[in-house]
Design a protein around this ligand. Sequence first.
Ligand code: 5AD
Ligand code: SF4
Length: 466
Amino acid sequence: MSTSDQFLKQQNEYIGLVDEIMQVRKRGERPLAYIRTYGCQQNVADSETIKGMLAQMGYDFTENIEEADFILFNTCAVREHAEDRVFGNVGAIKKLKKNHPTTLIALCGCMMEQQHIAQRIYQSFPFVGLVFGTHCLHKFPQLLYQSLLTGKRQFILNNDDLLVYEGMPKRRDGQFKGWLPIMYGCDNFCTYCIVPYVRGRERSRESKYVLKEARQLIESGYKDITLLGQNVNSYGKGLDENITFSRLLKMIDEIDGDYTLRFMTSHPKDCTKELIDTIAQSRHISTHLHLPFQSGSNRILKLMNRRYTREKYLDIVNYAKEKIPGLSLTSDIIVGFPGETEEDFEQTLSLVEEVGFTSLFTFIYSKRVGTPAAKMDDPTTAEEKSERFQRLLKLQEKVAAERCKSMVGTTQRVLFEEKSKKPGILNARTSGNIVVEAEADESNIGSFGNVAITEAGNWILKGKII
Ligand code: 5AD
Ligand code: SF4
């Protein structure tokens, strides 16, 4: 039995013990858990694992925080704003704990891997009973058991365990959209980014486990599967098997079924022409490429330690546009990185215009303690940064609207996802990840269909089912 199997077997015993404790405390009634997830899809996937464990421990789930026996916030550290929200929301539940003293309040995720944050929580929020970082996810049953048994506060972080644990349970949020992590951590150390410090070194799941989970998802009717990793393009590094991300994609794509395969996030430095060819020749991979460029200025890219140039980025993007008809490109951009000048920023604007993205995730630079960029000179004022940010948004609105307009008159294969607030309308999504408000019957939710695009907004399309 492998170390990870042995460990999970031990955790199963804790799962049974928590179940017993809670059955006694709740006199046979099922305990209730409230889980709130901040940040990226990796956090959403982690929360699905935690919910899977909780379900095995006999918990049900509630959207009403007031009635929960266990409250967990899975936190994000990528920007200060995300952290401030967590501090604000944790502060707000102080009163709740007063009224329900037996409720256990826990915090986990990326924020908790930072010593200074854990310390602040320890001192300022004495009602928080359990804190654990991203590396301790697999130990959650044991940590919960110890908290319940002793009633003592537990702060478990900076655990260097970098094993990949297979076979943990999962309780998925979606019924036809599923997240599938293929790797964890990041080795890139972009100078602004906290992720490598809080999620540790890159480690990939063996392909047989990824394939098994993909097959399970497809067999149970999942229609939209997203492979997750901080840098999916370097999948396979460090594994005994000889595999690349492109090869993994091909292997999944060979599974028959009615589904779309997506992935995020790709790093431009590792995005190869082979990968683009794989997408172009595939049966199931979406015509969407999320390729964050962060800045259009080579000088800033260097300071960010991104290890590609604007020219290399354009080269791969142009190759992808040529090979993948109807390709939809999206990206992440940081405005106001330390030392960014007006000229640097204009380079970002010109790249946005040149590529013609369908949508952008734009962020004002946020200083992260412990990253190299936090020590760089940053003379640009907050007002200037905000003004640049507004200019970028305005340009993007124009570029995205043009992109959407060019699709009017086409027919798009979409997945119908949910009812819109507008009567008779469903929200659907194209392969290129563009939202379509479609006139269609509710019975279509969860299946693919063709939609004639009749109108375009700035970010979304409108159409009718054919
Ligand atoms: N400040 C602003 N944006 C950041 N991102 C990562 N770190 C920071 C930071 N310190 C953005 C990047 C990344 C996305 C997930 O978040 O654009 O691609
Ligand atoms: Fe952060 Fe860069 Fe890794 Fe993305 S690739 S998680 S931006 S360090």
